[in-house]
Design a protein around this ligand. Structure first.
Ligand SMILES: [Zn+2]
Length: 178
């Protein structure tokens, strides 16, 4: 029978009347024991590494949004190579790109609702909200159209909250009652 220490080529002598030995010598027995400890330590280290990777990727998702797995992997690898500032710059750029899209969609939705609000007369309104400075939409369809194209997203949101949301809430309430 071969010695059970993987790196030892020796055969173990079979002695009659004794329990069969696994190792050819005490030093092989010791070496095999150390090898098992090393393997256990290696496995524990690998588990710890995987856990650190999982946490780092969760952090990236939390900071920069639920990005595609390949994007998270790319940012993670850059971070592992010590490029912390680069990862942050790319992450913020991605956030800005995504916001540009969602803000454009929100603008289009608000502009449409505000034009509906102005129908059919489009008369001039003064908008005053506690948190915001006063601003005016001049009368006429062109003026309203121009306003929805040029006003800040904040102003569009303010008009929506003050004038359109209450109407929608009432409509919803009536729809539920009927
Ligand atoms: Zn041996």
């Amino acid at each position: 029978m071969k010695c059970q220490y993987s790196l030892c080529p020796n055969e173990v002598e079979i002695q009659s009347g004794h329990r069969p030995r696994k190792y050819c010598s005490d030093s092989c027995k010791q070496n095999a024991y150390r090898a098992r400890l090393d393997e256990a330590a290696r496995q524990a280290e690998e588990l710890a590494r995987q856990e650190r990777e999982r946490q780092a990727k969760a952090f990236l998702r939390q900071e920069y949004g639920d990005l595609l797995p390949d994007t998270i992997e790319l940012l993670y690898q850059l971070r592992q190579s010590g490029h912390y500032n680069l990862v942050q710059s790319i992450g913020w750029a991605i956030v800005a790109e995504r916001e540009r899209v969602t803000h454009a969609q929100e603008r289009a939705r608000l502009a449409h609702a505000i034009m509906n609000l102005g129908e059919p007369d489009y008369h001039s309104i003064i908008v005053a909200d506690a948190g915001h400075s006063e601003f005016v939409i001049l009368g006429g369809r062109d003026a309203w159209q121009g306003f929805t194209e040029k006003a800040s997203l904040e102003h569009l949101r303010t008009i929506y909250e003050l004038y359109i949301e209450p109407i929608e809430r009432n409509q919803l309430k009536r729809a539920k009652q009927s």
